[in-house]
Design a protein around this ligand. Structure first.
Ligand code: SAM
Length: 223
């Protein structure tokens, strides 16, 4: 009998954000597949759970996905986690989900922490339609094109960004959508230094000037 692949979201920073179902799935799993074994070990130790950890990341060689699929086919329950948030959302997971589905293995997705959704809900921008970009391409011309196409879609645009590139991306947003475009920078969600900066693209950029931004950042805007 085939096993089950559980997609288990983990806290973005505050360990209290783990859900009861996530704990249950981690307890029941035969194997926990994770990006960084040290990081996941810390979470499991915190929860008092001991499980075999198999590393699984974007560059996992072909052998590891095959091992995971074989384990699933032999009836094992596998909990897939990423370093933080929901696996498969700008994190490894999609190809494993596709492989499991192709092999007829049930995939169970547990709801839980996701930076994009938490940031959107807190942004104050309309949530009726939204367009998730994830990380922008590194090349400025490509990033501009992606932002411009997203802006034209008519929803709130959600971008995952490094703190070091945040100012540059705000400038690009000002260029493609206009300096008066409502923008929100959400930083370090659920952590001690959580910060949400709202304003126009120009205002937010001005507020960040002269600061060395640290931590994890989501940028949202609505043209
Ligand atoms: N799978 C994750 C999720 O469900 O949100 C996203 C993983 S992606 C590799 C990491 C990016 O998510 C960060 O660069 C940042 O843009 C965003 N992120 C993760 N944790 C965050 C936090 N605590 N506050 C703000 N943004 C966060």
């Amino acid at each position: 009998m085939a096993g089950t692949l559980y997609l288990v979201p983990t806290p973005l920073g505050n360990l209290a954000d783990i859900t009861l179902r996530a704990i249950e799935a981690l307890k029941k799993a035969d194997v926990v597949a994770c990006e960084d074994t040290r990081r996941t070990l810390g979470l499991l130790n915190h929860l008092g759970i001991s499980k075999p950890l198999w590393s699984y990341h974007a560059h996992s060689p072909g052998k590891r996905p095959r091992q995971l699929l074989e384990a699933l086919q032999s009836g094992k329950a596998i909990a897939l986690v990423s370093d933080a948030g929901t696996p498969g959302i700008s994190d490894p997971g999609t190809s494993l989900v596709q492989g499991a589905l192709e092999a007829g293995i049930p995939v169970v997705s547990l709801p839980g922490p996701c930076a994009a959704i938490a940031a959107l809900a807190a942004s104050g921008l309309p949530t009726d339609r939204f367009f998730f970009i994830g990380f922008l391409p590194r090349r400025t011309a490509r990033a501009r094109r992606v932002l411009s196409q997203a802006a034209e879609n008519g929803g709130t645009v959600i971008v995952y960004e490094s703190p070091f590139r945040t100012a540059g991306t705000l400038e690009l947003i000002g260029t493609v959508a206009g300096p008066e475009t409502p923008v929100v920078v959400v930083r370090e969600l659920t952590k001690i230094h959580e910060e949400i900066i709202r304003g126009t693209a120009q205002e937010v950029l001005t507020r960040l000037q002269g600061r060395t931004l640290k931590g994890e950042v989501v940028i949202l805007f609505r043209k």
